[in-house]
Design a protein around this ligand. Structure first.
Ligand code: GGG
Length: 348
């Protein structure tokens, strides 16, 4: 099986290297790796954030392990050349529409949460974020108003098929968990959200065993802090999901802990930490690699059908944390490599 490794920018190479060490230590026969350029690194090397060779490798691979993209050196580039277009381009070109972002508190990290320990300890939720539509992919541009003012615009749109597909993902996920699905939208203001809500309700007829609720995104942001234990699965659009999952990360202790999978219809997947490239700490050995290590576990579970190996990684991470492994984002002093060492030391 072929795994495409796309380390990307900033801390990306450091964290992907640790995930690779953990995968190697599992001793799985038949896994091969090929590395590709993405993001600012690709732009600097060949003039495009998602070169054709990278896209070709992504399509040939059984799964993609991705680090992070984003580089301040590229801030003044035209939008289609910015590092972030690599990830949007991969999602679009490969139909990667279902982004799964689990958030669960490791008991040892409840103190690191921005929330009170009792509140944080109850968090065990999954955000199902749509990643092929919404304002990220709508028509965008800059223009002048009639009064000569500069005006930026990004069109937010969803069609019913896009909503139906992600709604099914949400219901399936809820069925496999605690049977509760909360659909998050802004239907009191946005037409896209009204369609979203209507379609989710239509799809719900096929899942009478799942308890469906609806919440406006502003309320959802508040409830995630007030009482996150109420959520099982949240299904939402691209932008709302992007924001809410970063918020959820602070509830579980650190954005350095949250893994993700983005799947297409054939369960081909892109696996990445939800955090970005953190250029301010790049190359300093301060980054927490655990979100990437846990993303590798998701890759084994969802795309490579190796649940036992995924369990081994997740258990090793839990033991490493229980044994006191802490990078600076978790209040400790361990380096990126030492965090990788700690996981390897407890891998059974
Ligand atoms: N590892 C996540 C990452 O690199 N994020 C940067 C980014 O461009 N995010 C946009 C998005 O997730 O929609």
């Amino acid at each position: 099986m072929l795994i495409a490794l796309f380390p990307g920018d900033g801390i990306g190479p450091e964290i992907v290297a640790q995930a690779r060490r953990v995968l190697d230590a599992l001793g799985i026969d038949g896994l091969t790796y090929e590395e590709g350029l993405v993001g600012g690194a690709a732009y600097k090397a060949v003039g495009h954030p998602l070169p054709p060779e990278t896209l070709d490798l992504a399509k040939r691979a059984d799964a993609i392990l991705f680090g992070a993209v984003g580089d301040p050196d590229c801030d003044s580039l035209e939008r289609h050349l910015r590092p972030e277009q690599a990830i949007l381009g991969l999602r679009k070109a490969m139909g990667l529409f279902s982004n799964l972002r689990p958030a669960k508190v490791f008991p040892e990290l409840a103190d690191a949460s921005a929330l009170k320990k009792e509140v944080a300890s109850a968090i065990d939720l999954l955000i199902v974020r749509e990643t092929n539509g919404d304002v990220y992919f709508g028509e965008k541009g800059m223009r002048k108003t009639a009064d000569g003012l500069r005006e930026g615009y990004d069109i937010m749109s969803y069609n019913e098929e896009q909503v139906r597909k992600i709604a099914h993902q949400g219901f399936h996920a809820a069925r496999a968990r605690r049977g509760k699905l909360c659909s998050v939208d802004k239907a009191n203001v946005l037409e896209t959200s009204q369609l979203w809500r209507d379609v989710v309700i239509e799809v719900s007829a096929e899942y009478p065993d799942v308890a469906l609720s609806h919440m406006y995104v502003d309320n959802a942001a508040m409830q995630l802090v007030r009482d996150p234990g109420q959520f099982d699965v949240i299904v939402t659009g691209n932008m709302f999901g992007d924001i809410l999952s970063d918020q959820a990360s602070m509830c579980v202790g650190s954005i350095g802990m949250l893994a993700s999978a983005t799947l297409n219809d054939s369960n081909q997947g892109l696996y990445e930490p939800i955090h970005g490239s953190a250029p301010d700490i790049a190359g300093q050995g301060k980054a927490n690699p655990l979100a990437t290590v846990l993303s590798a576990a998701m890759m084994l579970r969802y795309s490579l059908a190796m649940p036992e190996q995924a369990d081994r990684i997740e258990a090793a991470v839990a033991r490493a944390l229980a044994g006191g492994a802490r990078s600076p984002d978790l209040g400790g002093t361990m380096s990126t490599v030492e965090m990788g060492d700690a996981v390897l030391a407890t891998l059974n």
